[in-house]
Design a protein. Structure first.
Lengths: 263, 161
């Protein structure tokens, strides 16, 4: 890996200032970024660690019942501390990577990276979360911009992710056991005003909402409501682990399982 | 170069490192604690697992400067004070939980982290917890058996395979 200067500010304001340097890059838990640096696929001049910022850590329940998670909160902490307030999201966090990865990787890092097979983008989009940065609030529907691309500007930091808590929710992950990412993952959340279905691991443009399934489930919330729905394989990812058709099929299977888990 | 200081196996240590120096490199190259193995260097295999403030982490995927001020535990600190093997290490020996031994430091460190949070894990829980530790020799069976034995559970019904 190319060398860089390392900074570890203790406040959001100091982190924002440090990220003002040209070619500066934020470091969450580093579980994706450090391997990327080793491959020399990134060459920041300054790496700004967000792990020393206490105000960006932890899980809390807001007055309106929504769950707010600091951007620098690890997956292991979410798995433990959100278990009672938002069990489906805690279950998602507990399925990321392996225990040692979950002790370092963070929700902000995962969402900012927007890996097309990562779990958190599905949880955020499926929940209709709000991504809160140092400058603004962005609805998940407007945040995920395509594979490894988001609405974040240069130097913008995810400080908090706020999740409205649905009546029922389930994350169904078809594990790709070597990478531990989702071959296909479906996050389904049922709110009083409708169902949201977010799919990761499948779309060529990264996480997406399966709106046809949402419409069918809004009419009738049972797995059979999806029986005649087929997702178009044309826009699916194909790689050595699965063809477009295979992933399209899995989207249907995992969505049905998510419905059944919510009943 | 930047100075980094931490506690490793109960001793205060410090050294000069670059921004890019990995925790695994600091342990092995600066402190000569070569029990922490670097297998894949891509955070897949878990041979480099150490404890940072009590939590298992992959030291090849963490910068040394991120561990500044931390309490780090490595395989070298696992033995009992009199130098005898601790209960997990002894169980690995008793139940033939290793062959070539390359993955063993990471396996022992992960096992210690597991037993701290779950003192009597089921076989399934052990296998799940070890998902990030790869062994290419044993087929895992005796590793799982050793960890069950280290947690004080009867393993006589688990056949050797």
């Amino acid at each position: 890996m190319y060398n860089f200067e390392f900074e570890k500010p203790s406040t959001i304001a100091d982190a924002v200032a440090a990220l003002g340097d040209e070619d500066a890059q934020a470091l969450g838990g580093g579980q994706t970024l450090i391997p990327t640096l080793k491959q020399r696929l990134a060459a920041p001049s300054v790496l700004v660690s967000l792990s020393g910022i206490a105000e960006m850590k932890g899980v809390c329940v807001d007055d309106d019942g929504s769950v707010s998670i600091g951007g620098a909160t690890t997956h292991a902490t979410v798995a433990n501390e959100a278990a009672s307030s938002y069990p489906a999201l805690a279950a998602l966090a507990g399925q990321i990577g392996d225990p040692a990865v979950r002790n370092r990787g963070t929700i902000g890092g995962s969402i900012a990276n927007n890996d097309p097979a990562a779990c958190y983008p599905a949880g955020a989009l499926g929940s209709g979360a709000t991504i809160i940065t140092n400058t603004r609030q962005i609805a998940a529907d407007d945040f995920f911009d395509g594979m490894f691309s988001t609405a974040l500007d240069e130097g913008e930091i995810i400080t908090t992710v706020r999740f409205p808590v649905p009546q029922a929710a389930s994350y169904q992950k078809f594990l790709q056991p070597a990478s531990r990412f989702a071959l296909v993952g479906v996050y389904l959340a049922r709110f009083a005003d409708g169902v949201r279905v977010a799919v990761t691991g499948a779309g060529e443009d990264g996480v997406f909402r399966w709106t046809e399934a949402e419409e069918a489930l809004n009419k009738e919330f049972r797995a059979d409501a999806l029986m005649d729905l087929r997702i178009n394989p044309a826009n699916m990812i194909a790689d050595l682990h699965g063809s477009k058709e295979y992933r399209a099929h899995l989207v249907g299977v995992m969505t049905k399982r998510a419905v059944e888990a919510c009943l | 170069m930047t100075q980094v200081s931490m506690t490793v196996n109960g001793k205060s240590v410090s050294g000069d490192v670059e921004g890019r120096t990995l925790l695994s490199s600091f342990l092995r190259d600066n402190l000569h604690l070569t029990g922490t193995h670097v297998g894949c260097d891509t955070a897949q295999c878990g041979a480099c697992v150490v404890h940072v403030n009590g939590e298992a982490v992959k030291s090849c995927n963490m910068l040394a400067l991120e561990a500044d001020g931390a309490d780090v535990g490595t395989i070298e600190g696992q033995a009992n004070d009199d130098g005898s093997l601790n209960v997990i290490q002894q169980a690995f020996q008793d139940h033939h939980g290793l062959q070539c031994g390359f993955c063993t430091p990471g396996m022992v460190m992960s096992a210690a982290a597991l037993l701290k949070e779950n003192p009597r894990p089921t076989e399934a829980e052990i296998r799940k917890y070890l998902e990030g530790n790869l062994c290419r020799c044993t087929g895992y069976h005796n590793i799982v058996k050793a960890i069950m034995a280290a947690s004080g559970q009867d393993v006589s019904s688990i056949a050797a395979e």
